[in-house]
Design a protein around this ligand. Structure first.
Ligand code: FMN
Length: 164
C-alpha cells in the first residue's frame, strides 16, 4: 500500500451513492444540488444525513425552511444531474435550465425529481459544523420509489455519473 491524499482515497472508494437535493427557494421554486456525501443514519425513526459545503446556496435554504428532499435520480438524468453540481442556484434555475421534471412532494414544500428510483422527503433535526462542511441531520418523513428505474452513482470524485 502507498500513502494517499483524501482526494485519491475518495476516487478509490467510488462508486458513491448519488442524489439531487432539493430545497425551497425564496421565490417558492425548487433549487437542485448534486450530492454524493449522504448516508442513512437511523432506521427507527428513519433518518439520513447530507454533508454540504458552506459555500453553496442549498445549506442556507435548508436552514431557512427546515426541509429538503433527496431524489435518487435515474439514468435518463445522467448529464443534467451532473450539471446541477457545477453551478449554483444563486445564478441558475437548474431544473428549468437543464430540463429536469419536478413533482410535488407529499409532506414538504420543495418539489422532488420525477424521474427517480427513490425519493426521500426530509425534515431537519440538527446541523453540525464539520470544518469546511455542515452535516444536515434529518428525519425522513416520506419515502416513495420505482424499482424499475436505475440509480446513478458518482465516480472520479465529482467527475462522472453512471449506473453500476
Ligand atoms: C457528482 C457530484 C457530487 C457532489 N456532491 C457534493 C456533496 O456531497 N456535498 C457538497 O457540498 N457538494 C457536492 N457537490 C458540489 C455541489 O453540487 C455544487 O457545489 C453546487 O454548485 C452547489 O449548488 P447550490 O449553490 O445551488 O447549493 C457535488 C457535485 C457533483 C458533480
Amino acid at each position: 500500500m502507498t500513502d494517499l491524499t483524501i482526494g485519491q482515497a475518495q476516487r478509490l472508494t467510488a462508486p458513491c451513492p448519488f442524489a439531487l437535493l432539493s430545497t425551497l427557494r425564496d421565490d417558492g421554486g425548487t433549487n437542485l444540488m448534486a450530492v454524493s456525501w449522504w448516508s442513512y443514519l437511523s432506521n427507527r425513526p428513519p433518518m439520513l444525513g447530507a454533508c454540504l459545503s458552506k459555500k453553496g446556496l442549498s445549506g442556507e435554504l435548508i436552514r431557512k425552511s427546515g426541509e429538503f428532499a433527496l431524489s435518487i435520480v435515474d439514468e435518463t438524468l445522467k448529464e443534467a444531474a451532473l450539471r446541477c453540481g457545477t453551478c449554483s442556484g444563486r445564478t441558475a434555475d437548474k431544473a428549468a435550465e437543464f430540463g429536469i421534471a419536478l413533482a410535488d412532494a407529499e409532506k414538504i414544500a420543495p418539489q422532488v425529481v420525477r424521474d427517480s428510483r427513490v425519493v426521500f422527503e426530509c425534515r431537519l433535526v440538527d446541523a453540525r459544523e464539520v470544518s469546511d462542511h455542515v452535516l444536515y441531520i434529518a428525519e425522513i418523513v416520506a419515502i416513495r420509489g420505482d424499482a424499475d428505474k436505475k440509480a446513478l452513482f458518482a465516480f472520479d470524485g465529482y467527475g462522472r455519473l453512471d449506473t453500476v
